[in-house]
Design a protein around this ligand. Structure first.
Ligand code: FAD
Length: 500
């Protein structure tokens, strides 16, 4: 019977896990142990729609309060400077697997030449707007179609405060020794010599994986054959007062990897993710600075990509970087943390806090599949990017292992951008869905048989759809104005919309 939980780690994984467990199971005694001396990773700024849903739905945090304290801006999708097109957008509007009335084929077939303005989100992105207007002129803040840009440090401070308010005990102390017994972990000895013990230990110690990896010795699978990158150099600059805030993350191809751009209200942050098999740290930094002369100071972050075989072993559950990690190309770090925290809380609740071995096995299976699906979805970004002809990109195209994604690509090559493989070749734990694959394959112009030559009437209809999206964007609200409107205490939130 689980009555008490220790969460080791006070980064975004630790606090999100503690808050989610406490919300679902208020009777649990939950303690977060973190160490200011060790600190948090401090990167992780772009999210997916999973985060707003968890924060404002499951955890019922008032969005206005959140915006004011964390200074959140919105992310409508990712603009890829990638492949042969000048750019393409992967939005949370998801329209490539649809057919518009009067058009014979799915939308992807009409994007061969022009992949712009395909949905409202991509039109808003092109005009640096966040939301279309309601009839009264105010921003129409929707659900399911936006994520956040947040600075990791501010976000973690917010979660820390919320955890205290909700009755979680938080201790700033460093764990020096881990005690073991047959159940797994028997206690954590902190620097003062005190031993802290609980029925369940949630390992959120980041890349150290102190309990799951180091102490229990769970085997680790590297994703290196699919994802070559192992470093990031990050930096940024203060935003100029007349520069619009971009409502999307940019992913720009670089000589030996790619570079993100994330816009905050007062700052623009960039990070070059690269592989040390192809470039030295100093050469990567030189390329980063050459292409971003505004960057002030820089920081180097080392990482490895992969996952532990199981994330729930004995009385330890790993959540966040301690259980698995992939590079941030699709901002999946926080998304997986939301899934892990929520499923753990639901599973414990359904089991009346008596988890069985088969329940733990099911939990492990779900996340092993989720991580593997993310690995191979990311791999197709590298395998099919034809933009540059450097040794790094040549090696990606020749050798990257796309694993289970190969079946989806084969289907696409044979049938074109149709979504029918959704229930056959696509795994059930794929968080991107068929529309994610279609976007990446069409966006990168991966060739397929059975190309469709639109009739003049179809061309006209398609242009009409693009024009309609453009008009909506022209009159929409930009990020700074939308932030001002919805962060005002007088803004009326309908938080029921998040309860999905
Ligand atoms: P950490 O933040 O490292 O926290 C670990 C915690 O454990 C700390 O509180 C530390 O003090 C504590 N701890 C460790 N050992 C001990 C000990 N012995 N005693 C006491 N306390 C201890 N994710 C996204 O969703 N979007 C992104 O855009 C994104 N960008 C990223 C860019 C890079 C370059 C990297 C590397 C990651 C990125 N991520 C991103 C991932 C994201 O940063 C993490 O998934 C997320 O912040 C969770 O981190 P964490 O809480 O697992 O670990």
């Amino acid at each position: 019977m689980i009555r008490s939980v220790i969460v080791l780690g006070g980064g975004s994984a630790g606090f999100l896990a503690a808050l989610t467990l406490k919300t679902k199971l208020p009777q649990l005694n939950i303690m977060v142990i973190h160490s200011k001396d060790i600190g948090i990773i401090g990167v992780g700024e772009a999210t997916t729609v999973a985060l707003p849903k968890l924060l404002h739905g499951y955890l019922s945090f008032d969005p206005g309060d959140f915006y004011r304290r964390v200074e959140t801006t919105w992310k409508l999708g990712i603009r890829f400077l990638w492949g042969p097109r000048p750019y393409f957008d992967y939005t949370f509007g998801f329209q490539l697997d649809w057919k518009w009335a009067n058009l014979g084929k799915f939308n992807g077939f009409y994007c061969d030449d022009d992949f712009s303005y395909v949905d409202t989100q991509s039109a808003l992105m092109s005009h640096n707007k966040a939301f279309v207007r309601r009839p009264d002129g105010s921003p129409m803040v929707g659900i399911n179609n936006y994520a956040y840009h947040i600075e990791n440090q501010k976000f973690v401070e917010f979660l820390h405060q919320k955890a205290l308010e909700r009755g979680v005990t938080v201790r700033d102390e460093t764990v020096d020794e881990v005690l073991q017994d047959d159940a797994g972990i028997a206690g954590l000895r902190v620097a003062s010599g005190v031993v802290r013990a609980a029925d369940l230990y949630v390992d959120c110690s980041g890349f150290r994986s102190t309990l799951l990896g180091k102490t229990l010795g769970e085997p680790y699978t590297s994703f290196k054959s699919s994802l070559y990158n192992d470093r990031a150099v990050t930096g940024g600059w203060a935003r100029g007062s007349d520069e619009p805030v971009k409502p999307y993350t940019t992913a720009e191809s670089m000589d030996h990897g790619w570079c993100w751009q994330i816009d905050h209200l007062d700052r623009i942050n960039r990070g070059y993710v690269y592989s040390t098999d192809f470039v030295s740290d100093s050469e990567a930094e030189a390329e980063f600075r050459r292409k971003n002369p505004e960057v002030t100071s820089t920081r180097l972050v080392r990482f490895s990509t992969g996952r532990y075989h199981r994330s729930w072993v004995k009385n330890v559950v790993g959540i966040g970087n301690s259980a698995g990690f992939v590079e941030p190309l699709e901002s999946t770090g926080l998304a997986v943390i939301c899934d892990e925290s929520r499923l753990l809380a639901e599973a414990l609740s359904d089991a009346d806090c008596h988890p069985t071995p088969s329940l733990m096995a099911a939990y492990n299976d779900i996340f092993a599949r989720e991580w593997d699906a993310i690995r191979f979805f990311l791999a197709i970004h590298f395998k099919y990017n034809t933009r540059f002809d450097t040794p790094y990109w040549r090696a990606c195209r020749a050798d990257i292992d796309i694993g289970s994604a190969a079946a989806v690509v084969d289907f696409y090559r044979e049938n074109g951008p149709t979504p029918y493989a959704k229930t056959t070749v696509l795994g059930t734990n794929d968080i991107f869905g068929m529309e994610g694959y279609l976007c990446l394959l069409v966006g990168q112009k991966v060739p397929y048989n059975r190309a469709h030559k639109p009739t003049p009437q179809e061309r006209l209809l398609w242009r009409g759809i693009q024009a309609e999206n453009r008009v909506k964007a022209l009159t929409a609200v930009d990020v700074a104005d939308a932030y001002q409107a919805v962060s005002a205490p007088s803004w009326q939130w309908n938080t029921d919309v998040f309860r999905v």
